[in-house]
Write a protein that binds this ligand. Structure first.
Ligand SMILES: NC(=O)C1=CN([C@@H]2O[C@H](COP(=O)(O)OP(=O)(O)OC[C@H]3O[C@@H](n4cnc5c(N)ncnc54)[C@H](O)[C@@H]3O)[C@@H](O)[C@H]2O)[C@@H](O)CC1
Ligand SMILES: [K+]
Length: 538
């Protein structure tokens, strides 16, 4: 798991660490050494190709780059420093480099960038250490000229951004157009929030965190609730599969899904639940879907619900409620459609009463009725609500009070808009904050889908899935995600963990699909056989 912090939180942690005896100098030494180790161990180059060029700014980000260069020199690299301001030859970091016979060039002495171009041509690694968290956009003209030149030169070596690509605002995610796109960004101690926003995200390349070994009990660190998901974080949360397991060990998903217009959604969701390890998937679908899907999906069992014109009808709720005995997660939503009768089905499912018998099916009832409803809700299996299920829910008066605890809601920005009344633009501008706020307010886990999916829990935990690929921007991928979330929930994971595992594995499957075929050709069904491939990497 990678910590995700605001710039102010990072500064506070550094100040607290400094007060606890880990000086700023020590932090910079650890930062630079960490970058050098990463480069030396992970970027494979021949002995005679070990040449690193550092672009060095005048602040602490540049300091990190100078420490890195000296450490690489000690590891046998030829190192060259290109400085944005005149080097102070008495500065300990500069002296250290000169002791290694490093070449130093100051930008002002290289008017046409001719020295720099020669260096860039031969460098295996380019360290981007011009600007870090201390930036205030817009860039100064001379800095913009340097960065823009290197970006346009597009050097053949690996571009390693120190803490962040220079030109990125680590808080807002804004980015100067001259920013050099990185192949890898090595964040000091924690990922800064701006890097998990667009446009900055597009420039960071692979993401790694350098451990500055700060004391673990720093007050600011104790309060951190945000993170970026990675294989370690997900691997620690995946269900354990005992050797003597039987199908009951991995739970049962009941999937109330599908309609004739959205037959495939039912299959995609149900199969995804199996692919992430659910023991049994029961498909509660409008009757006609059985004929269409049974041959394609022999692993499922079927509960045929009454339907009206191919959509689940209100009367389906009673039948579904009678069949929830061993169900350990209930998925509601993919492909349901928005017909009134399906809305009544959902209301009956959540209240235990049909609209014919309930006096206030969608509004407030008496205290006794409310008590009954609360008991009914508490008896429902853990719920995953997706897609049309969310849109139908949004139409119900006071809907947040109508859900049991421990639900996972999986809206994309449009569905989130229907649930919150915010505009899609407002949601997209503040995805993390919006998911965080409403997860708390509703008391449910929210997966805000989209590029850089955000998972938020009512207790304030927020995890960003650091994946954005057009391969996932296709019809049906959301059904796969919802099915995966239900599959993990059914295996007993708590709602937040199930949501993080599902969103991460779904995203990685999307990346895997776009590696093996043209991105434009990836369809949702392609994700299903790739889930096992991704799961095998843990
Ligand atoms: N604070 C600390 O003790 C630590 C900081 N670390 C590093 O220090 C960085 C932050 O250092 P600083 O706070 O010195 O800031 P930076 O090094 O990010 O930037 C400050 C420099 O950028 C210049 N600058 C600011 N805005 C500019 C603009 N629009 N155009 C051109 N130049 C501009 C300033 O004049 C100053 O020289 C982090 O990103 C990280 O790399 C690490 O060494 C770990 C410890
Ligand atoms: K940088």
């Amino acid at each position: 798991m990678m910590k995700l912090v605001t710039v102010a939180e990072m500064r506070a942690m550094e100040a607290e660490a400094n007060a606890r005896g880990v000086s700023y100098e020590t932090m910079m030494e650890r930062a630079g050494l960490g970058v050098a180790r990463f480069v030396n161990e992970n970027l494979y180059v021949g002995e005679d190709e070990k040449i690193a060029v550092g672009l060095v700014g005048s602040g602490n980000n540049g300091g990190d780059a100078l420490v890195t260069l000296a450490a690489l020199a000690r590891m046998g690299w030829t190192v060259r420093a290109y400085l944005t301001s005149a080097p102070d030859r008495s500065h300990p970091l500069i002296k250290r480099l000169l002791d290694f016979d490093a070449e130093l060039v100051e930008m002002a002495q290289d008017a046409e960038f001719s020295r720099l171009d020669g260096w860039l041509e031969s460098a295996a690694v380019i360290l981007d250490g011009v600007l870090g968290t201390g930036i205030h956009l817009p860039l100064r003209p001379e800095t913009a000229r340097l960065l823009g030149h290197v970006a346009e030169f597009d050097p053949p070596g690996t571009v390693v951004a120190v803490d962040c690509p220079s030109g990125v605002d680590c808080e807002s995610g804004e980015m100067a157009e001259e920013t050099i796109p990185a192949d890898v960004t090595l964040c000091m101690d924690a990922v800064k929030v701006g890097l998990m926003r667009f446009p900055a995200y597009a420039a960071i390349g692979d993401l790694q965190v350098i451990d500055l070994e700060l004391p673990e009990d720093l007050p600011t660190e104790q309060g951190l609730r945000r993170s970026v998901a990675d294989y370690d974080m997900v691997g620690e949360r995946l269900p354990v599969r005992a050797l003597d397991a039987h199908k009951g060990s991995f739970g049962t998903v009941m999937a109330a899904v599908g309609s004739i217009p959205y037959t495939g959604a039912a299959y995609l969701a149900g199969m995804a639940a199996y692919r992430v390890g659910a023991g049994l998937v029961r498909m509660a679908v409008p009757g006609p879907l059985h004929a269409a899907l049974a041959g394609k999906f022999p692993e499922a069992t079927w509960l045929l619900l009454p339907h009206e014109m191919g959509v689940i009808a209100a009367a389906g709720a009673e039948l579904l409620l009678k069949n929830l005995d061993r169900v350990t997660a209930l998925l509601v939503g993919p492909g349901l459609g928005l017909e009134e009768t399906t809305g009544e089905f959902l209301a009956h499912l959540l209240t235990g009463k049909s609209s014919k018998t309930a006096r206030h099916p969608l509004g407030f009832g008496s205290a006794a009725q409310n008590h009954e409803t609360a008991e009914h809700l508490a008896a429902l299996p853990p719920l995953v609500m997706d897609a049309d299920g969310l849109r139908l829910l949004a139409k119900m008066e006071n809907w947040p009070a109508r859900l049991p605890e421990g639900c996972i809601l999986t809206p994309h920005a449009g569905e989130m808009a229907a649930l919150t009344g915010l505009s899609v633009e407002e949601i997209q501008a503040e995805r993390m904050a919006v998911a965080e706020k409403y997860a708390r307010e509703w008391g449910q886990v929210v997966i805000l889908k989209g590029a850089l999916t955000v998972v938020a829990a009512p207790d304030g935990r927020v995890t960003v899935i650091p994946i954005a690929t057009p391969a996932l921007a296709r019809a049906g991928t959301g059904d796969v995600l919802a099915g995966a979330a239900a599959g993990f929930r059914a295996q007993g994971l708590e709602a937040f963990d199930a949501a993080v595992c599902a969103a991460f594995i779904h995203g990685e499957a999307g990346l895997a699909a776009s590696r093996t075929s043209a991105e434009a050709s990836v369809v949702a069904g392609d994700l299903l056989p790739l889930i096992p491939a991704v799961m095998s990497l843990f």
